[in-house]
Design a protein around this ligand. Sequence first.
Ligand code: SAM
Length: 246
Amino acid sequence: MRRLFYKGLLADTIEITGSDAHHLMHVMRAKAGQEVIVVDDSGQVGRMEMTAFREDAVTMQLKERLAADTESPLELVLAQCLLKADKMDYVVQKAVELGVTEIVPVKSHNCVVRYDAKKAAARQSRWQKIAEEAAKQCGRTALTEVAPITDLSALLQASAKDEQTEIVFCYENEDETTVKSCLQAARGKRLILLVGPEGGFTLDEAENVQSAGGKAVTLGPRILRAETAAVAAITVAQYENGDLGA
Ligand code: SAM
């Protein structure tokens, strides 16, 4: 059944507007009596029946509330240094499927792609759209926010003072501290997984991340492509914290 995210709280009657209403009416050619699953801002899920259509709105009635929380117990942020467009799209989609709470696209020294302010805003809304589609497709009960593109230094500044947050720094030159030991030591904390761009991190950046409290970890002896590293790091973090059927 089609799934929608509703900006508001479930009630006996709600109105869906905007692109979702457009899609239902003009793409799906929905009819009165058909049903959809609606997830509200608080993660409540309902089976709703479409009852009326206006030019830009679909009215729905609540048939049944569903106990359907699909979220991970872990608050997990992926801080992904900018990758070439198709790779970044891929990482956003997979991160959402794997239950990430927030994605921060990060600008670092070796990023190949550069965006001016207008393009950066357009990219952010494209990634947000990909995130919403992925969330609907995989049955999430919360939307993953995609933050504006953020400088690595600003990310570090914002996170350094937060004692309840651990920066798990996936670093290709680390060969001692394992991701497993770091995740186990950080149990119960919010995690930021920091993954580099295609060209990796500079030595200066690596030092700055660690000075800001980031824990450099290895994901094993092979150098993974950045998009593989992101998916692998998210997967082990979720598994270690009780998600993904652990
Ligand atoms: N150009 C770098 C080099 O040749 O050493 C490789 C960068 S790698 C393609 C991109 C990012 O993936 C890295 O910055 C890191 O965040 C992550 N990564 C890849 N392999 C990793 C590993 N074995 N351990 C930790 N992180 C890794």
